[in-house]
Design a protein around this ligand. Structure first.
Ligand SMILES: Cc1cc2nc3c(=O)[nH]c(=O)nc-3n(C[C@H](O)[C@H](O)[C@H](O)COP(=O)(O)OP(=O)(O)OC[C@H]3O[C@@H](n4cnc5c(N)ncnc54)[C@H](O)[C@@H]3O)c2cc1C
Length: 312
């Protein structure tokens, strides 16, 4: 199949940009298509990324795109891939604007939808004073009155973890705590209080959280709340292209299954970053995108030698 591209990278978050950089430097004809909805955009900045700690996400992605612009074999296109299929050993992908592109390889770097509890007051504080990952946001809320919204063993684990960032941690279980006796004792030993009243919402000003409100009309002060999330494919593309998905619950509902080289179950298709269910961080997404791209370049070079041998 004659193709326009060696690789189409779907998504230009940390994984996709990192992959495109490696592909561009390896002189592969690379199209990057991005819908511009990287999952950490609501956050104050990127926590815990070496050399870029605290940098606003928007700035970071703009810098990545600017680096790509210096490589003539890479084209960045804002847009969305809405469908596609495997065809003649390559792929045909359709963009929302109706354009069709053909490629030898596809790298899905489409990220995940972080589904959070449906609670009044979460959305406006998401990624700031309400968060899913203390490694990303714990530093910014350190030493405040903090809370964990969860119950059972996951609630215990997360409350014990959050104690690292504050001595004042409450476990809000929104109903019966469902704790093993040992766990209740362990929480008490480190000073974590348990609040079982049903939660009705969050109060605060702007993106700052000040209290958790209860259904009985009461409230408890809280300046930072760790909430549970489940991650779902943001794009149906993996499924449409026939990739096997696997649940890695409790956190990830449907990660693209990949091998150690980030190859998916469909030949020619790779997936990296959150979409492939690795530990969710910008650093990991960069590393995965980089490795996935290097593996793709190896495969493309091998394929070219096979074509040369076959005289095609
Ligand atoms: C609120 C929040 C805050 C976070 N804070 C931090 C932090 O401080 N530090 C940290 O290390 N990690 C943080 N994380 C985790 C981190 O953001 C992710 O692990 C990382 O961004 C994953 O990168 P990715 O490239 O896989 O996906 P993303 O960054 O989500 O990028 C995927 C891109 O693909 C695009 N896309 C999807 N489908 C299509 C399609 N069909 N066609 C075209 N484009 C498409 C999306 O629009 C998006 O631009 C945070 C996550 C969240 C939700």
């Amino acid at each position: 199949m004659d193709t326009n591209w060696d690789c189409i990278v779907v998504g230009a978050g940390a994984a996709g940009l990192s992959a495109a950089l490696v592909l561009g430097r390896a002189r592969q004809r690379t199209l990057v298509v991005d819908a511009g909805e990287q999952s950490n955009r609501p956050a104050h900045g990127i926590g815990g990324l070496l050399g870029q700690d605290g940098r606003p996400a928007e700035d970071f992605y703009a810098a990545g795109r600017a680096e790509l612009a210096t490589y003539p074999s890479v084209e960045f296109r804002p847009g969305e891939i809405t469908g596609g299929e495997r065809r003649d050993g390559g792929f045909m992908l359709e963009l929302r604007d109706g354009v069709v592109e053909t490629t030898r390889r596809v790298l899905l770097a489409t990220g995940m939808d972080y589904r959070r509890p449906d609670l009044p007051g979460i959305e406006e504080r998401w990624g700031r004073s309400v968060f899913h990952c203390p490694f990303c946001h714990g530093w910014e809320v350190r030493d405040r009155q903090l809370g964990v919204l969860d119950r059972g063993a996951p609630g215990v684990r997360r409350a014990l973890l959050l104690r690292i960032w504050s001595e004042d941690v409450t476990l809000f279980t929104d109903g019966p705590a469902e704790l093993e006796p040992d766990d209740a004792e362990r929480l008490r030993a480190v000073g974590v209080e348990i609040e079982e009243r049903p939660v009705a919402g969050l109060s605060g000003t702007g993106d700052s959280l000040t209290a958790v409100r209860f259904a009985d009309g009461g409230e408890r002060s809280c300046g930072g709340l760790l909430v549970p999330v489940t991650l779902h494919q943001r794009s149906p593309l993996a499924e449409r292209l026939g990739a096997a998905l696997a649940s890695k619950l409790p956190l990830v509902a449907d990660a693209v299954e990949v091998d150690e080289g980030f190859h998916a179950s469909v030949p020619g298709l790779s997936a990296a970053g959150d979409a492939s269910g690795q530990m969710q961080s910008v650093a990991n997404a960069i590393a995965a995108g980089s490795t996935a791209a290097a593996m793709l370049v190896h495969g493309l070079a091998t394929e070219e030698s096979e074509w040369a041998l076959a005289g095609t």
